[in-house]
Design a protein around this ligand. Structure first.
Ligand SMILES: Cc1cc2nc3c(=O)[nH]c(=O)nc-3n(C[C@H](O)[C@H](O)[C@H](O)COP(=O)(O)O)c2cc1C
Length: 306
């Protein structure tokens, strides 16, 4: 049985539901010899800001028991002008869809970055990384404040007609008001979720393992948190959801589809397995064959009551 892997997201069709998670696939220009792009519906680049950011002091990544990792990269990137000048020509344009992750300290920075990228032809869309401190509001996470989310999505929506995804933090007591605000202002996909804040300590040396002390916790331990957020968001809004959090196997992907996701982002898994997209896609197709399902997209939201 041939399983149809295509998924439709608003105005776009993706070859498969699999995408790369921002920051785990570099700028998208380094993986040509490692990754089979045919298994990917799209890539999301690392987050790009208006100006270069140096990021945090090293060490910036450590492992935790249970397959988790904590990173404190600190959104290091070469800035939008450097990205356009040095990275664009090496992106897998034509091989898969390309989404640029955009980050900022305030609404004006998001708009500046998007306006510059509007000059580049091949961009399929943007993912706004809203899991970052809002400098104008004393450093609170932008993505936890539905009014700030609404304002950013509204301003960016006015600056582009391209596909617009919004990526949110897991640090929020109630996801519904935030996803309703993003969807209401024109977000075409919601990415759930970014990393949790985490920390690890070297007890022998009595020192933190990361230069920045705390960082973003990701990998398999994040999956139950992300699953719950995907499910809650799918109950609240009728917008495609991109799941992000601990997807390592095809069955992880199926779990997220059943909970309501349409897209599946692969992140930490790349550190262990650069062949993950092809393997995970095959495992999901095997599941479909076992259950007589002909389209992967038919699994979305099909969680049965207990
Ligand atoms: C090393 C590293 C760097 C990351 N950088 C970014 C980033 O620049 N922007 C962003 O939105 N998310 C970033 N993330 C979060 C991932 O895109 C993803 O949402 C998160 O890791 C959860 O998925 P996973 O458990 O499959 O890794 C980063 C994650 C890691 C591990």
């Amino acid at each position: 049985m041939k399983v149809d892997t295509t998924v439709r997201m608003g105005s776009l069709e993706l070859r498969t539901p699999l995408l790369t998670g921002s920051g785990t696939f570099g700028y998208g220009d380094e993986f040509h010899t490692l990754v089979d792009y045919r298994a990917l519906g799209g890539i999301v680049t690392k987050s790009i800001s208006a100006h270069p950011r140096p990021g945090n002091p090293p060490p910036r990544i450590c492992e935790t028991p249970g397959g988790g990792i904590i990173n404190s990269i600190g959104l290091a990137n070469i800035g939008v002008d450097g990205f356009i000048a040095d990275k664009v020509s090496a992106l897998p344009i034509g091989e898969t869809r390309v989404f640029i992750s955009v980050v900022g300290d305030a609404v004006e920075e998001y708009v500046t970055v998007v306006e510059k990228l509007e000059q580049v032809d091949w961009v399929d869309g943007y993912e706004l990384n809203l899991s970052c401190p809002n400098v104008k509001q004393g450093g609170l996470d932008i993505g936890g404040d539905w009014r700030a989310v609404a304002a950013i999505v509204r301003e960016v929506r006015a600056a582009t007609g391209r596909f617009l995804a919004v990526k949110l933090t897991p640090h929020q007591p109630r996801i519904a008001p935030v996803v309703e605000a993003a969807a209401g202002e024109g977000a075409e996909a919601l990415t759930l979720t970014n990393t949790l804040v985490g920390m690890a300590v070297d007890v022998e040396r009595r020192r933190p393992l990361l230069g920045a002390v705390t960082g973003g916790y990701s990998g398999p331990p994040l999956k139950p948190v992300a699953l719950a957020m995907v499910w809650q968001a799918a109950q609240a809004v009728d917008v495609p959801i991109w799941a992000s959090g601990g997807i390592v196997t095809g069955l992880d992907g199926v779990e997220f589809l059943l909970a309501g996701a349409s897209g599946l982002q692969l992140g930490s898994v790349f550190f262990a397995d650069t062949k993950a997209p092809g393997r995970i896609l095959q495992e999901m197709c095997d599941y479909c064959e076992r259950h007589g399902i002909t389209r992967l997209a038919d699994l979305t939201g099909k969680l049965e009551p207990l």
